[in-house]
Design a protein around this ligand. Structure first.
Ligand SMILES: [Zn+2]
Length: 100
C-alpha cells in the first residue's frame, strides 16, 4: 500500500522565527495555573509555543520575551533559569555523554 503524501506539520520557533517540522521543535506550555514548562511529551494541556531543540533559541526567546508573548505569560528570572536548565538536561540526554 503506497503511503499517502502527508504534509509535515510546521511550527515557528519563537527564538529564531524559522518554520520547522513540529517534531524537531520543543513545545513550551503554559499550564492553567500560569506555570511555564517545557513539554517533553507533547501532551501537556495548555497554551503552547515552539522553540528549536537548542539552548540558543531558547535563550533568545527568553531574552526577547518572545516566549512570554507567545504564551501570554510572565516569565521571571527563576522561570527563565528553570527552562534553561530543563533544556540543557534534555540536550544532554539527547546527545549522550562524552560530547562537549
Ligand atoms: Zn529556533
Amino acid at each position: 500500500m503506497p503511503a499517502k503524501p502527508r504534509k509535515i506539520p510546521m511550527r515557528m520557533c519563537v527564538g529564531c522565527r524559522e518554520m520547522k517540522p513540529k517534531k524537531e521543535l520543543l513545545r513550551a506550555v503554559r499550564s492553567p495555573q500560569g506555570e511555564v514548562s517545557l513539554d517533553t511529551t507533547g501532551k501537556k494541556a495548555g497554551r503552547g509555543a515552539y522553540v528549536c531543540f537548542n539552548a540558543d533559541c531558547l535563550k533568545r526567546a527568553l531574552k526577547q520575551k518572545q516566549l512570554d508573548r507567545a504564551l501570554d505569560a510572565k516569565l521571571d528570572e527563576a522561570a527563565n533559569q528553570q527552562l534553561t536548565q530543563t533544556m540543557q538536561r534534555l540536550l544532554t540526554e539527547k546527545t549522550g555523554e562524552g560530547t562537549t
